[in-house]
Design a protein around this ligand. Sequence first.
Ligand code: HEC
Length: 399
Amino acid sequence: MKKLASTLIAASVAATSMMASAAVTAVKVEADLSHASYSSSVWDSAKFSDVVLYPQTTIKLNDKNANAANAANKGKKAQIAAVYNGKSIAFMLKWADSTMNIQTGYKTDVYADGFAVQFTQSKDADTLPYIGMGSVGRPVIIHLQKAVKKYYEPNGNGNVEYQVNRNQTDLFDEELKRFDKKVAGIGSNDYERTFVSEGFRSMTEIKDSSNSSYARLGYKEGGWMGTVSRSLSDANLQLTDGAIPVAFAVWDGEKLGRDGLKNLSQWVSVKLEGKSGGDELVAALGEQTKGDVAKGKEAVATNGCVGCHQVEATDPANLMAPGLSNIGGYSTAAYLRESLVKPSAVVVPGYNRNAHSNYMWYTEDNGKRVSTMTDYSWLDADSMDNIVAYLRSLKAEVE
Ligand code: HEC
C-alpha cells in the first residue's frame, strides 16, 4: 500500500513537471468588456498567440467550383488573444486575407469572409463535442460573425433576409440620396449570430435574452480583426474553470467558403490567468502522441481504412467516408482514439448524400445514428498509438 502511494506521488510530480502550457492565455483585466471591439484599448494588455486553423476537408460541398477553389488550401495562422474580467470574456482573432469579401444580399452566390468562436459546456477533454459544429448529445455554443454591407433594416430585427438593398428600392435621384443617408444613420453592418448546435443542419439560433454577446469585424492592412465578447456565465454556458476549451474558424468568401468549407482549429485550451483549475484540460489538449508515425501509416494501409477513407489524397470525385487529409489539424488525440474505439460515439454530422454518394455514413437504430465504420477497439495499444500519431501528423502546410 505504502509503495503504491509513493508511486502515485512520483507519477503526479512527473505529470506536473511535464505539464503542457495552454494554447492561449486570457489576461485578467478591470475594463468593461461588454462592448469590446477590435479598436478597444483593452487589447494593448493582451497576449497574442499563434493558432493554426486547418482547411476542414472532412465533408465536401456539392459544388464543383467551390471544391476546386479549395483543393490546395493550406493552414492559416491566426493571432488569438483573450481577456476576461469578473463577468465576461473577450476574444480577438487576427488573420491574413488579401481580399475583402462582403455579403451584399441574402442567398446569392456571393459569400462573405467571417469567423466563429465555439465553446462547449463539457469539461471532459476525452469527450468534447465534434469539432465542426458539435454533434448529437454534445452541443456547442457558436458565435458567428460575417462581413456584410451596411443595410437598412426596416423591421429593426436584424434579419438579413428582410434587409433592403439600395438597388432593390424604386428610389431615384434625391430620394436615393436620402435613402443612403438614412442607411448610414441607422443601417447596420453587424451580422452577429449565436447558435446552439449539435451538428451542422441542427443549428438553433439563440434569439432570446439568454445570450448577451457582442461581436465585431474590421478589415485593415490585408487582414481581418474579429472580436467576440460574451458573459462567462449565462443560461447556455458556465465558464467557471481555470481553463476552457475553445475552437476558432474562419471563412474565405473569395473561395466561395461557407458552411463546412472553412479553416478550423482543434479544441485549444484557454487558460484564465490567476484562476485555478483546468490543468487536466490543458494537458489533454496539448497531448503529445507517443506512437510511431511511419508504423501508423503502415497500420492504416493494412487495416482497411483506405478502403473507405481518402487518407492523404483530396480527390473530391471518389470521396466516401470523411476525408482525413487534415484530421490532425483539427482533432485532439482523444477524439481520434474515440473514433477508432467507439465509432458511433460521434457520428460526423453534415453528411451530404450527393457529395458522398459512394458510401452511407450511418444507419439508424431506434432513432439513434450508428456509424458504418468498422470498430477497431480490438487493436493492440501500440498499433492504436501509432495510428493516432499518424492521424495527428495529417495536416496541410501552413501558409
Ligand atoms: C467500412 C468503412 C470504414 C473503415 C474501414 C474505416 N472507416 Fe473511419 N469512418 C467511416 C465513416 C463512414 C465515418 C463517418 C461516420 C462516423 O463519424 O463514424 C468514419 C469516421 C472516421 C473518423 C472521424 C473523422 C472526422 O472527420 O471526424 C476517423 C478519424 C476515422 N474514421 C479513421 C479511420 C481509421 C484510422 C480507420 C482504419 C483503422 C478507419 N477509419 C476505417 C468509415 C470507415
